[in-house]
Design a protein around this ligand. Structure first.
Ligand code: ADP
Length: 243
């Protein structure tokens, strides 16, 4: 379903990804864990070419992009298959909740407004914001804003949703409501890749856990394998520090 093959990425002399190979099956929820600076966000952003890898190939579904001179059209096609939920929500401040969700459907997917509105209302109800359609982001809590971010991603009906530390900008008391929404949509079988520091979430919701350190995948496996019996010392040390 999703495959990253031999992905490398450097910023100047700093080699941040050192040959990543990762396969994600359809319907899987994959959590990417690891210390700060290990390359998790960069890996996620390479999947939809928000960062262009220096080497390697990204495949989503039946579509492969090789990073050697990809065309704009190829990158556009790849992006259409993904949606991203950002740490800081990235909502349009001067648009309402409903307009924020409709935007991608009308502008990028060229859907008629009526259809876009119908889809947007449906996903906003799903994330518990059916009563906030006309509110502006500034009138919402951080948790509610992030749920708009999730609704916006869901509305696009992508093949995969990429979550970049979706709860790390939130006050602790608001984390739960966002994780609950992510868990709810995970149960619907949408493929999701989640960079997170929420170990409880990774343990309970994911099917597959990837542990990264210093630009490589150190270890990956089922949550019970990683949390219960990690093979690598680096993984064990990290989990001991964080849990
Ligand atoms: P993580 O998500 O695991 O915290 P990141 O992928 O954000 O790690 O960052 C990995 C490394 O890449 C860090 O050293 C960071 O400073 C560097 N980095 C990330 N993005 C950029 C960028 N746009 N320009 C320069 N360096 C970057």
């Amino acid at each position: 379903m999703i495959q990253m093959a031999n992905i490398t990425k450097s910023f100047g002399k700093n080699e941040v990804l050192k040959g990543i190979n990762l396969t994600v099956k359809k319907g899987e929820v994959v959590c990417i864990l690891g210390p700060s600076g290990s390359g998790k966000t960069t890996l996620l952003r390479c999947m939809n070419y928000l960062e262009k890898p220096n080497n390697g190939e990204v495949t989503i579904g039946d579509f492969t992009v090789n990073c050697k001179r990809p065309s704009k059209q190829e990158i556009h096609t790849l992006r259409q298959k993904t949606a991203m939920v950002f740490q800081h929500y990235n909502l349009f401040k001067h648009k309402t909740v409903l307009e924020n969700v409709m935007e991608g459907l009308v502008i990028v997917q060229k859907q008629p407004k009526d259809k876009a509105r119908e889809t947007s209302v449906k996903v906003l109800e799903k994330v518990g914001l059916g009563n906030k359609l006309d509110a502006y982001p500034s009138q919402l809590s951080g948790g509610q804003q992030q749920r708009v971010g999730i609704a916006r991603a869901l509305a696009l009906n992508p093949e995969v949703i990429l979550f970049d530390e979706p709860t790390s900008a939130l006050d602790p008391e608001l984390v739960g409501e966002v994780l609950d929404v992510i868990q709810k949509i995970a149960k619907e079988g949408i493929t999701m890749i989640v960079v997170t520091h929420e170990m409880g979430f990774a343990r309970e919701v994911s099917n597959h856990v990837v542990f990264m350190d210093e630009g490589v995948i150190v270890e990956e496996g089922k949550p019970q394998e990683i949390f219960g019996a990690a093979k690598e010392e680096r993984t064990r040390q990290f989990l001991k520090r964080i849990t």
